[in-house]
Design a protein around this ligand. Sequence first.
Ligand code: GSH
Length: 371
Amino acid sequence: MTPITLYGSPMSLYTGRARSYLIKAGIDYREEPHASRHFYESVLPKAGGRRGIPTIEFPDGTVIRDGVAIVDHFEERNGHRFSPATPKQRIVSRLFDAIAAEGLLRPCMHYRWNFDRDNQDFLKFHFQTIYLEDSVAAADARMKLIQEQVNPAWGVLPETKALIESLHLATLKKMNAHFSDHPYLLGGKPCIGDFGMMAPMYGHLGRDPAPLALMQTHAVRMFRWVERMNRPEPDMGEFGGREETYLEGDEVPDTLIEVLKHFAIDYVPETRAACQAINDWLRENPELATGTVAERGIGMGNFEIQGIPLSTMAQPFRFYVLKRVQDEFEALGEQDRQDIADLLTACDMSEVLDLKLTRDMGRANNLEVWL
Ligand SMILES: N[C@@H](CCC(=O)N[C@@H](CS)C(=O)NCC(=O)O)C(=O)O
């Protein structure tokens, strides 16, 4: 059978999630840069005109843009192979996906862009590969734009450096403790949350020279998880005879609760602030037609973490992914909901069930739209 094409880049955050899924699901694919004539002429128009990666193309020419939609497509086709069946594990899997892919951009950008000596040549090469024409100048312009405009909008500033670094070192420590006991988040098999975690933890934090060295030095068991997630076999020999299954009895290990509690420090206040900023905007724009494309950022959310003030771009997509956790929760019976509420309280995360946009989002023509 002809393989599918994955348009992506080794350095890309979101390609890391889709690639790992394709590998673990045993789907035959070939990865290419989104810089060919074919991409611009045939793929881009079908991707809603948004030149984002990951985007996949099937041999029949069908295109799916967006990592969440790509994973959804294959989960649907393979009987939800990487979605746990029990309530707590289902919620935790989706919650990791939501936090990891949308809530860890600050360390990703800080460790990529603020370590010039270690990362510069490496990044230049990679940025040049994503342009077809005038690639040196195009890469320079893109890198400048990210450093001058994107990073500040995501709260990567000199005054947040110490905070970002202390939070990331604690992330490494806590995840390392978890992956010392378990090969994957929920046992002997990856779940949707593992794939989400590959977004920040591979392309940026587990591959760029400076943060990779940090992970290898401080979190070797976590580094092994990153490797494992990019291999088709279970690759968990050091755990000796582990079954390729999720933990029994809907168990969520304490080590994972510790990780979520740590993520809550940053994720909860930022999500609360973004929710308010986007809902304010929605209130001011009641005439927005159904099907209007949801922009990547809508205004700024203001909040504090450990006494440090931050102002960051409020992203509707954060809620597009978080809503999946909330929908999962609302579909459960009363007892399960109570158990989940207790679990989330233990993680300092109970608020995430209530942080909702006043308008839902859907997808049309491979773009996120307001419903
Ligand atoms: N929601 C998308 C986000 C994809 C995305 O933003 N990808 C980045 C690279 S990692 C990109 O293409 N950025 C370029 C752009 O948005 O123009 C997903 O989950 O796949």
